[in-house]
Write a new protein. Structure first.
Length: 619
């Protein structure tokens, strides 16, 4: 018998060794037990034992929980051991630290956390805790044994126990394991699932969002009560009805705002102009503050209260926007959406996939999506955190699944035109015009927010030059049709070293901007490739040659077409000018892992063309 036990231990250790090879953190064991009582309470007990392989896995020692009036930490213990099992530190509940600082600037949450710095590597950190939630359950903790890349698993299991009068639904993602259902000796419904020996997911560029590739099981109630608000989650429509009930009586506007809206929209000749007036009023008179108080994590403050105080969270501001639009006769709806997951499960309504709210307005068969938490964002612009995402529109009939549009490479365009007057000493006078539209506008928006010194520093960072004196810089914003914003910069600068000088030759790199092409490693890939945002770069340079200089050598034209995009590069010498054109188009989409070599080759060819040089020689 003893040799069989030894053989078993050796097998486990061998498996752990294989799983740990590419992992920063190995989940040795994670056991969770969730028990719901018939009074609306839920108790969640969990033990997690993580082996931290190196300093990159130090985050595995992090632990924390938010407690409030309805959520309590019942007990906690922890232990840290070295690789040989020697105890280095023990923790109890009294060792936890706490803070009321959180993402919500107005909430009732206190975060209790373990302050542990791993003393050696490898080490094992084990935490055991029990959390009690009173006064209703809107969702059950999901079974998610892995939460990050470079994290592997030896064993995890999960048990959910419900009263005989309740039932739940579940949705399994990225795993073949099945949820087992049984009735225990007390007549309670018990749902269990376990998972063993999962290899780590590589931390790769252009990977799909983690929620779409990590093994996860979501559990959700059919009927529920949360903070005394009862609802039905059997469908998206019924879940939307619950959200609709939370909005009842909360879209009444104060009389002074009604009058202000009437006066401001009296001369408006279109629905769009009315929306613009209401949106500008919202931006000019409110600001974002996160508020998560009890059911307030789901229910907005009243429109009247948000207007009176001048602040609100995404729910309160979006609800106010909807109320203002309805006041001026524009059909509008409140919408909940997630910024982490692009796709909602069409047949599994749940509360886990949402963390944000926006407004939508309907005009002439079209839809305008309104982000209400940003005082600067243009009317109708769909920013990158929600573009292309599924959402739930809250109508009077209930929830309706909708999908936001997404800008593509024809919209997300960067155009740069640089006139460079070269001098024999390698210096140059540069006149540069730069514009960025839609998704690329968003990336360069910090230029608008910055002061003059910060702007100049950022522009210097964009230009691939060393010493540079910016003599003139203008930044402006334009909005073509309310949905396609454009940022434009015009810059005049003196560059001390645009080209390197060797004897009678100038060596000039043909790269007006720091493109920072992705450095994709060689080898194979097991994870699909996702490019979330398609984009285009149109770069042109007009290089004025110093008097008496000619082009001694210039790169040949290059052109690449692939499923991932296209790249073209061309240099022409004409009457003392060198004209350079480099266009890059990157398609958005989800591509199979098997196409990685071709994907990498596309970016490498574009980077190679962009890095080329021309040699000028004094004739």
């Amino acid at each position: 018998m003893k040799r069989y036990i030894i053989a078993y231990v050796v097998a486990v250790l061998s498996g752990l060794s294989a799983l740990a090879q590419q992992a920063d953190v190995v989940v040795l064991n994670q056991t969770a037990s969730v028990m719901v009582d018939d009074k609306g309470g839920m108790e969640w007990r969990q033990t997690q034992s993580y082996k931290l392989m190196n300093a990159r896995g130090s985050w595995g020692a992090d632990w924390g929980v938010g407690v409030d009036n309805n959520t309590r930490l019942i007990d906690f213990s922890g232990v840290v051991t070295d690789g040989d099992g020697n105890v280095l530190r023990k923790l109890k509940k009294g060792d936890l630290k706490s803070t009321q600082l959180s993402a919500g600037l107005a909430d009732d949450v206190t975060t209790m956390y373990a302050d542990v710095t791993p003393p050696v590597y490898p080490c094992v950190v084990t935490y055991t805790f029990t959390i009690r939630r009173n006064d209703g359950v809107l969702s059950y903790p999901p079974f998610q044994p892995l939460t990050r890349p470079k994290m592997s698993l030896v064993h995890a299991d999960y048990t959910l126990t419900l009263p005989a009068t309740q039932s739940c639904r579940w949705h399994v993602v990225n795993m073949d394991n099945k949820v087992e259902e049984r009735i225990d000796e007390k007549g309670r419904k018990v749902y269990t699932i376990a998972c063993d020996n999962v290899e780590p997911i590589a931390d790769l560029d252009f990977a799909p969002d983690l929620e779409s590739i990590l093994p996860t099981v979501y559990f959700a109630p059919i009927t529920f009560a949360f903070d005394k608000w009862k609802g039905d989650m059997s469908s998206w429509r019924s879940f939307g009805q619950w959200h609709s009930s939370l909005l009842e009586g909360r879209q009444t506007l104060p009389e002074n705002l009604k009058e202000q809206l009437r006066q401001a929209t009296d001369t408006c000749r279109s629905m769009l102009s009315k929306i613009n007036v209401a949106y500008r009023l919202l931006q000019q008179n409110t600001r974002y503050v996160s508020i998560q108080l009890g059911v307030g994590g789901y229910q907005p403050f009243s429109a009247e209260e948000v207007w009176r105080t001048g602040f609100g969270d995404c729910k309160g501001l979006s609800n106010l926007m909807v109320a203002m639009l309805k006041e001026v006769g524009v059909p509008a709806q409140y919408v909940i959406i997630g910024t982490d997951q692009r796709r909602l499960f069409p047949d599994f309504s749940n509360a886990n996939q949402f963390n944000h709210a926006i407004a939508m307005a309907s005009i002439d068969g079209d839809t305008l999506w309104l982000e209400c938490t940003n005082q600067h964002i243009p009317l109708g612009y769909i920013h990158s955190l929600i573009a292309g995402h599924d959402a739930l529109a809250i109508t009077s009939q209930g929830g309706e699944l909708v999908r936001l549009p997404q800008y593509d490479e024809r919209d997300n365009v960067v155009h740069t035109y640089m006139v460079t007057a070269m001098h024999p000493d390698g210096s140059a006078d540069v006149d540069w015009t730069f514009s960025a539209a839609c998704g690329m506008y968003e990336r360069f928006l910090p230029l608008v927010m910055a002061d003059d010194n910060e702007r100049k520093a950022k522009v210097k960072g964009l230009m691939k030059v060393n010493q540079c004196l910016i003599e003139e810089l203008r930044i402006e914003e334009r909005c073509v049709d309310g949905r396609h914003p454009l940022l434009k910069a015009q810059c005049k600068a003196k560059v001390d070293r645009m080209a390197s000088v060797t004897g009678q030759r100038l060596f000039l790199q043909l790269a007006p901007l720091d493109m920072s092409f992705p450095n994709l490693p060689d080898g194979n890939r097991d994870i699909a490739i996702e490019v979330e945002m398609g984009r285009s770069f149109e770069m042109e340079m007009d290089i004025v040659l110093p008097e008496g200089y000619v082009v001694e050598s210039a790169p040949m034209p290059m052109k690449v077409d692939s499923p991932f995009g296209s790249s073209s590069f061309e240099v022409n010498a004409v009457d003392g000018h060198l004209r350079v054109m480099h266009h890059i188009v990157i398609h958005n989409g989800l591509f199979p892992a098997s196409s990685y070599s071709e994907f990498r080759a596309f970016f490498r060819s574009a980077a190679l063309a962009y890095a080329q040089k021309v040699v000028l020689k004094k004739g």
